[in-house]
Design a protein around this ligand. Structure first.
Ligand code: 3H9
Length: 693
C-alpha cells in the first residue's frame, strides 16, 4: 500500500499532498499521517506555514465512509482539525479538485483557502442521512452567513471555484499549484497572520433559516438529518462555538447509527457496485460513443434524445412521417423553454441542447451513429422490422439498443445478423429526468457492448444497472407483483386509499392506486387485454375492478375519475363511494368475504411480494446482486432512499422473519407466494443475500 500523503517543502511552506487512492478519503491512516506531518512542520523552524493539497482531480472525498460501521479510531477528524487550529503556524488549503464533506471541513479548519480552477466543494452528508460532523455546520456560517450555509448543507449542491469565491468561502482562485505555492511564498515572507474561523462570530440575521429549510423538511419524509441541520445552523447563530461544535459532533455520531443513515450508506455503496458487471473479462474496453441515433420520436424517444443532448452528445432523431418529426422537435424545444422559464437551465444551455438534436425521416441518416436506440411502438414485429432495417444501414460496430420494457431482447437481437451488438437500454419515463437505466444484457450481447452501456449510462448522469432478459426485466417484474398484491388486498377487504396511505406513510412517493390513476387505467388495461390469451389460470387475477373502471371511462387523473375522483385540485384524489361499491360488488361475484385488513398486513404483503420476486430474479441470475434491486427501486420507482430499497428492508427486518411471513402468506393465499429458494437458503444459513458479493 502506498503512503496516504506525500510531504515536500517549498521555501518556507511545508506541503502535505494527499495521495490515497481512489478518492483520498480521510481514513484513520491518512488522518494520522496528516497530524504527524503537521506536527513536524510546526516543529521545523525553517517552515512558516503548512499547506494541504490533493492530487489535482481530488482534494479529498471526505470522511472514509467504509469506517462508519467499524467504530471510531483516533486521531478523529475533529481532533486533527483542532490540532491545525491550535498550532502556532497558519495552515492553508489549496483546493485543487473535489473537496467534499470532511475534506471541506478540513479546509474550514485552515486559516486560508485557495481554490484552483478544478475545485468543487460540497457537503454531501445529508445524502448519507447526516449533517457535517467536523465543524462544517458552525464554520461555514461564519464565512458565508447562516442562510447560505444552510442551503448548501441541505441541498448538497456542488460549488465551483468561482461560486465558492463569490460566497467568500475561498480567498482567491489561483491558476495552478505552482502559482499557488509562489503566491504563498510571497505571503509568508510578509508573515502571514493566523485567521481561524473559530475566532469569528456569525454575521447576518438568522430569520431566513426556517424559510430555507421548509421545502427540504417537506421532502425529507421524516428523515431526521434535515431538522438537525436547521438546528445546527441556528446554534451557529446563538451559541458559543465550542459548545455548538460539541453538539454537532454528538448529533453526527447519533445520526450515523440511525436506520436512515445506514440505509443511505448501503445505497451509496450499492450504486457503485451496480456500476460494475462482475463477469466481464478483465480489461474489457468500452466502445467510443460520440453520437447517438434514436428511432421513434414519441414520449420515450424525445426524453431519451434530451438525456443525451443534456450530456453534450449530438443526437439524430428518426421518425417516419415529417409531421410527427416536426412535432417532436417542437416538443423538445418547448420542453427546454419550460426548463429555462422555471430557472432550471440558462437560455444559452437550452439553445445548445436543442441544437444538438436534429431530425430525419430517413433511417439511412443513422449510418454513422455509434449507438442507435429504438423507441418505437411496443410490439415485437414492429421492433424486429426496425432492427432488420438498422442492420442494413448501421455501420459495423455500432451498438443497437432497444428501449423495450417488456419484450424479449433475444428475439429482437435475432432480427439482425449481429446479435452481439444488440442489447436493451430500458429508460424510465420521463427519460431525461428519471435516474434509472436498466442495461439489459441479452444471450449474445458482447461484453464490450455491455461495458459501453454501463459507462455511457454514468456519463449521461444515469444510474445504470445490468439485468438479464425476462418478462419485465428486474424492476417491472417486481413492481407488477407488488401492484397485483395491492389489488388482491383490495379484493380481500382493504380500500385503495388505505393501501396508498400505508405505503406513503412508510415513505413511497405515491401509493399503487394513485400511480395507476396518474399513469392512466387504460395503460394496464390494454396490456392485460393483449396478454389475456397467455394468462396462467393458476395465477390470481385481481384486476377485475381495475378493468371495469377502465371500461367505464374512469381512466384516472386525465379523466378526473379513476380509483379516486378529482375535484378542484386535478392531482389530489378523493375517495369515492362508487369505487368502494364496485369493489364490494366484484368481491361478491368472486365469493370473497371481505374483512378488515390491518395496515401491517398491507405493508408486509406489498413489501415481501417485492422481496420474494426479487429472490426469484436473483436465483435466475437476472440481477447480479440483491443490492442492485435496491438501486433499481430507489432510482426508478420512488422507493424512499431512507429505507435503502426492498432487499435492504428485508435484511434489516431479518430474513428469517420475512421468510416465516412469506410461508404464512403462501399457506393462506396460494402459489403466487411460493418462497424463493434463495430466501429460504439465506434464512436458514443466516448469510446475507449478497454473501460474498
Ligand atoms: C463526511 O465527510 C462526514 C464528515 O462531515 C464528518 C466526519 C467526522 N469514503 O464514486 P466513485 C469509493 S461523510 C470511502 O465511483 P467518482 C467508492 O466507494 C463523507 N470510499 O468515483 C468507490 O469504491 P469502489 C462525505 C469512498 O470518481 C471509489 O471510491 N463525502 C468515498 O465517480 C470511487 O468512487 C461523500 O459523501 C468515501 N468518502 O466520484 C463523498 N467516496 O471503487 C462521496 C468514494 O470500491 N463520494 N469512495 O467501488 C463521492 O461523491 C464520489 O465518490 C466522488 C468521486 C465525487 C468523490
Amino acid at each position: 500500500m502506498t503512503a496516504p500523503i506525500e510531504i515536500s517543502t517549498h521555501g518556507a511552506i511545508g506541503l502535505i499532498r494527499f495521495t490515497r487512492p481512489p478518492v483520498n478519503a480521510l481514513g484513520v491512516a491518512m488522518r494520522a499521517a496528516i497530524a504527524e506531518a503537521h506536527q513536524a512542520f510546526e516543529a521545523d523552524s525553517r517552515i512558516a506555514a503548512t499547506a494541504l493539497t490533493g492530487d489535482g482531480r481530488l482534494f479529498s472525498a471526505g470522511a472514509d465512509i467504509t469506517e462508519f460501521d467499524s467504530g471510531r479510531r483516533s486521531p478523529l477528524l475533529t481532533e486533527v482539525i483542532a490540532q491545525l487550529e491550535q498550532g502556532r503556524k497558519p495552515v492553508i488549503a489549496l483546493i485543487d479538485g473535489i473537496a467534499f464533506g470532511g475534506a471541506f471541513e478540513l479546509a474550514l479548519g485552515c486559516d486560508y483557502r485557495y481554490a484552483l480552477p478544478g475545485a468543487r466543494l460540497s457537503f454531501p452528508e445529508i445524502r448519507l442521512g447526516n449533517i457535517p460532523g467536523a465543524g462544517g455546520t458552525q464554520k461555514l456560517p461564519r464565512l458565508a452567513g447562516g442562510p447560505a450555509a444552510l442551503e448548501l448543507i441541505l441541498s448538497a449542491r456542488v460549488l465551483s471555484a468561482e461560486e465558492a469565491l463569490a460566497l467568500g468561502i475561498v480567498d482567491a482562485v489561483l491558476p495552478d499549484l505552482n502559482a499557488a505555492l509562489a503566491h504563498l511564498a510571497a505571503e509568508v515572507a510578509d508573515t502571514l497572520p493566523r485567521r481561524r474561523l473559530i475566532d469569528r462570530e456569525v454575521a447576518g440575521p438568522q430569520d431566513a433559516l426556517d424559510e430555507i429549510a421548509a421545502p427540504f423538511l417537506r421532502r425529507a419524509r421524516g428523515a431526521p438529518a434535515t431538522a438537525a441541520a436547521l438546528e445546527a445552523v441556528r446554534r451557529a447563530h446563538t451559541m458559543p462555538i465550542a459548545a455548538a461544535l460539541d453538539w454537532e459532533r454528538e448529533t453526527f455520531r447519533r445520526l450515523n447509527t440511525s436506520p436512515e443513515a445506514r440505509a443511505q450508506r448501503h445505497l451509496f455503496f450499492a450504486e457503485r457496485k451496480a456500476a460494475k458487471v462482475a463477469d466481464l473479462p478483465p480489461g474489457t474496453e468500452a466502445r467510443p460513443v460520440d453520437n447517438v441515433g434514436i428511432v421513434g420520436a414519441g414520449t420515450m424517444g424525445r426524453g431519451i434524445a434530451m438525456a443525451f443532448a443534456d450530456a453534450g452528445l449530438p443526437v439524430t432523431l428518426v421518425e417516419q412521417e415529417a409531421e410527427r418529426l416536426d412535432a417532436a422537435l417542437d416538443g423538445i424545444g418547448r420542453a427546454y423553454a419550460q426548463q429555462v422559464a422555471r430557472g432550471r437551465i440558462a437560455e444559452d444551455a437550452a439553445r445548445a441542447r436543442t441544437g444538438r438534436i436534429s431530425g430525419t425521416t430517413d433511417l439511412a441518416g443513422l449510418a454513422q451513429a455509434d449507438l442507435v436506440i429504438e423507441a418505437v411502438f411496443e410490439a415485437m414485429e414492429v421492433k424486429r422490422e426496425v432492427f432488420a432495417a438498422l442492420d442494413r444501414v448501421a455501420k459495423p460496430g455500432a451498438i443497437l439498443a432497444t428501449n423495450t420494457s417488456t419484450l424479449d431482447v433475444n428475439r429482437i437481437a435475432d432480427a439482425t445478423g449481429r446479435p452481439e451488438d444488440v442489447l436493451g437500454l430500458h429508460f424510465f419515463s420521463p427519460a431525461n429526468v428519471m435516474k434509472l437505466l436498466e442495461v439489459v444484457r441479452a444471450a449474445r450481447t458482447a461484453p464490450d457492448v455491455v461495458q459501453t452501456a454501463m459507462t455511457l449510462g454514468r456519463r449521461i448522469g444515469k444510474v445504470p444497472v445490468c439485468v438479464g432478459v425476462c418478462d419485465g426485466f428486474a424492476g417491472n417484474r417486481m413492481f407488477i407483483n407488488f401492484n397485483r398484491e395491492a389489488q388482491i388486498l383490495v379484493e380481500e377487504g382493504a380500500l385503495p386509499w388505505q393501501v396508498d396511505r400505508v405505503f406513503t406513510e412508510w415513505g413511497l412517493a405515491m401509493g399503487p392506486f394513485a400511480v395507476m390513476d396518474l399513469a392512466g387505467l387504460d395503460v394496464g388495461y390494454r396490456i392485460r387485454q393483449a396478454r389475456a390469451a397467455g394468462r396462467d389460470p393458476a395465477e390470481p387475477y385481481p384486476f377485475t375492478a381495475a378493468d371495469r373502471l377502465a371500461e367505464a371511462g374512469r381512466l384516472g387523473q386525465k379523466a378526473g375519475r379513476g380509483w379516486y375522483t378529482y375535484g378542484e385540485d386535478p392531482r389530489k384524489g378523493i375517495p369515492d363511494p362508487e369505487v368502494e361499491a364496485l369493489i364490494a360488488e366484484v368481491a361478491g361475484e368472486k365469493g370473497i368475504a371481505r374483512r378488515a385488513v390491518s395496515d401491517e398486513e398491507i405493508l408486509h404483503r406489498g413489501l415481501w411480494q417485492l422481496v420474494n420476486t426479487g429472490g426469484y430474479i436473483l436465483g435466475e441470475g437476472i440481477a447480479q446482486r440483491a443490492s442492485d434491486l435496491d438501486v433499481i427501486f430507489t432510482s426508478g420507482y420512488g422507493f424512499p432512499r431512507t429505507r435503502g430499497g426492498p432487499m435492504h428492508t428485508a435484511e434489516v427486518y431479518g430474513l428469517a422473519r420475512v421468510v416465516a411471513e412469506i410461508e404464512r402468506f403462501h399457506a393462506a393465499h396460494g402459489r403466487h407466494w411460493r418462497p424463493a429458494p434463495i430466501l429460504l437458503d439465506r434464512a436458514a444459513s443466516g448469510a446475507p443475500l449478497d454473501a460474498g458479493g
